[in-house]
Design a protein around this ligand. Structure first.
Ligand SMILES: [Zn+2]
Length: 267
């Protein structure tokens, strides 16, 4: 009987070790989403303006690790479809940037479960793979189009972009030739931002109010020109959920890779 306290202490110790191990594996699971644990810990609970702007590039099945475009730019088509299914099943819905602006100004009482899907660069697979799935699940998205790449191999044609617009998708600007805007002369900067806007507006016969900085590169000069030309929002590649405190011309996004756990990155 004198030995009884010892096994009990051992059992408690074992329990403590197991608890710590569980916690560790929990952290690992969070990290598997590609998001630092510290950022996940900052998830807002009561911010009704917090919206995840998901950033996608290629939606296609991709197995070549040597592809110079980089594996992290790809989300396989079936995985993207599963994400849309998850969005629908969990009561989330995708909104456009017009609705987002209204939400930011609190002009409307939008449900908290809103997501913005964004696709950069205007790749051909946006029309071939993304668009049919958005229609299948009755969701919408924003497509940032490089106007000078329209119709080139691997990119959408003008007709396809028009079709996206006519189906209720948002067509947004992403410059004429996807250059780093920080080092351009004022004239070149204006050309990249204005010419692309005009080209897209003529194509869809509607205003182009939204913009994405190529490769997420910008500075205060670039922001001023984006503002002067009338763009209402601009997205970056800074990681995070967009909140009311984020300037409308510097909205953060959540980079989607095939390792990203959608549920873990939503507010
Ligand atoms: Zn881009």
């Amino acid at each position: 009987m004198a030995f009884q306290p010892i096994p009990r202490a051992a059992a408690l110790l074992l329990l403590a070790v197991l608890l710590v191990a569980c916690q560790r594996s929990e952290e690992k699971r969070e990290n598997a989403s590609g998001i630092p644990a510290a950022l996940l810990a900052m998830k807002p609970k009561e911010d009704p303006t917090a919206v995840a702007v998901l950033m996608y590039h290629y939606i296609e099945s991709h197995d070549d690790a040597r592809d110079p475009r980089g594996a992290d730019l790809f989300v396989p088509t079936d995985m993207f479809e599963q994400q849309l299914q998850w969005i629908v099943a969990h009561g989330y819905r995708t909104i456009d940037l017009h609705t987002y602006l209204a939400l930011r100004s609190r002009a409307i009482n939008e449900p908290k479960k809103s997501i913005i899907l964004t696709f950069d660069d205007g790749y051909a697979d946006a029309f071939q793979n993304v668009f049919p799935l958005l229609q299948k699940y009755h969701q919408k998205a924003v497509f940032y189009i490089v106007s000078g790449f329209l119709g080139k191999p691997g990119y959408m044609t003008m007709d396809q972009v028009k079709t996206l617009h006519d189906a209720g998708m948002t067509i947004a600007g992403h410059t004429v030739s996807h250059v780093d805007l920080r080092f351009l002369s004022a004239k070149e900067l204006r050309h990249q931002l204005e010419e692309s806007k005009k080209t897209l507006e003529a194509l869809i016969d509607a205003p182009v109010d939204h913009f994405a900085y190529p490769a997420g590169r910008y500075n205060s000069r670039v922001i001023e020109m984006v503002q002067a030309l009338g763009y209402k929002t601009a997205v970056t590649t800074h990681h995070g959920v967009a909140r009311a405190r984020d300037p409308l011309l510097q909205l953060p996004r959540v980079r989607m890779t095939k390792r990203t756990n959608l549920a873990a990155v939503l507010p």
